[in-house]
Design a protein around this ligand. Structure first.
Ligand SMILES: [Zn+2]
Length: 340
């Protein structure tokens, strides 16, 4: 069967590998139908110092598929079920896993497609507890954007930043995969949304998603505009994932007691922090990574209720690398979906 494997940094090969054995007890066998790309795929492809992994590595961190076989003892799933898969091999036994907070697993085996073999293969076996059924009316390409993109945003905005109806929120890179999802989720509960984009074409598109104020960060200082547009008050919440380029500006956008939640550092991982500003302004800063199983279920429910992911490009498996290049060049508006 086909599998897309990384054999060295920036070197992907479409390989023939052996199909998996029949699913063991507690496992299901999945036929992968669609994948979606995230920045973690770009990090994995470029290579990262200190990331423990072995080549060849099957890539792909976010996917949807169909169950084709179930192992002994699996009663809650059946062949033919459409599902999405959790993007990390969590232990299922520690307290965090038992509570469904798999992203805080104490014995995580690794992130799929990054530390351990991922979803870019025709068939794979996964623990039945790590799949979530896709509701009727949600197709594979949308569902493939649930386990990481939608669920990460769900976890950031609602579990960590506790965004509430009527609040103001600044969403960085409103044209990105998670940015588009954040704009939609915040607007859906009645927030006022400020967003940054890197060009005017994206500004139009993100306005069409409902963003109230769109700032081109290449032509305007976003922190000045956000303060001006909020009457110098600042916003309740900043949704960060750009990192070094924007982090300090983001703090300046917050009102006193405001919350900043971050899940990424696309422009660089290191910044300085003014501690006086941090405590005097009583900022609350949340690091967020991954999502709970509940976040994935909620994401799929939102899709079923009509909140479609924004899809930038759809490519076939051999063109995976073209999708990564679009992400790396920050050209995308929405998600890149990969079909099998
Ligand atoms: Zn665990």
């Amino acid at each position: 069967m086909r599998a897309l494997t990384l054999i060295a940094d920036r070197k992907l090969v479409l390989a023939e590998i052996d199909p998996p054995p029949p699913p063991a007890a507690g496992e299901v066998q999945i036929r992968v139908r669609a994948m979606a790309l995230n920045h973690i795929d770009v990090w994995g492809w470029r290579g990262m110092a200190f990331a423990k992994r072995r080549f060849p590595l099957v890539v792909g961190a976010e996917a949807a598929g169909e169950i084709v076989a179930v192992g002994p003892g699996v009663t809650e799933r059946a062949p033919g079920d459409r599902v999405v898969m959790y993007g990390a091999l969590t232990c299922g036994e520690c307290r965090a896993c038992r509570e469904g907070r798999d992203n805080l697993c104490e014995k995580v085996g690794g992130v799929m497609g990054f530390h351990v073999d991922g979803f870019a293969r025709e068939l794979l076996n996964v623990p039945a507890r790590l799949v979530v059924p896709i509701p009727d009316g949600v197709d594979f390409r949308a569902a493939a954007c649930a386990p990481i993109a939608f669920a990460t945003v769900e976890h950031m905005l609602f579990d960590n930043a506790r965004l509430e109806s009527g609040e103001t929120v600044l969403v960085h890179a409103g044209g990105s995969g998670i940015g588009t999802a954040a704009v939609k989720m915040a607007k859906a509960i009645g927030c006022t949304v400020f967003t940054t984009v890197g060009d005017d074409a994206k500004a139009e598109k993100v306005r069409a998603l409902g963003a109230d104020h769109v700032i081109n960060y290449r032509t305007d200082r976003f922190e000045h505009l956000v303060r001006k547009l909020t009457g110098k008050k600042g916003v309740d919440v900043v949704f960060e994932h750009v990192g070094a380029e924007t982090f300090n500006g983001s703090l300046l956008c917050l009102k006193r007691g405001g919350r900043l939640v971050t899940c990424g550092s696309t422009s660089g991982p290191t910044t300085t922090l003014n501690l006086m500003q941090l405590f005097q302004q009583q900022y609350r800063i949340f690091g967020s990574f991954g999502a709970s199983m509940r976040n994935i279920r909620t994401s799929l429910e939102k899709m079923a209720a009509g909140m479609e992911p924004v899809i930038d490009t759809e490519v076939n498996l051999p063109d995976f690398e073209r999708g990564l290049a679009r992400l790396e060049g920050r050209q995308v508006f929405g998600k890149v979906v990969v079909h099998f």
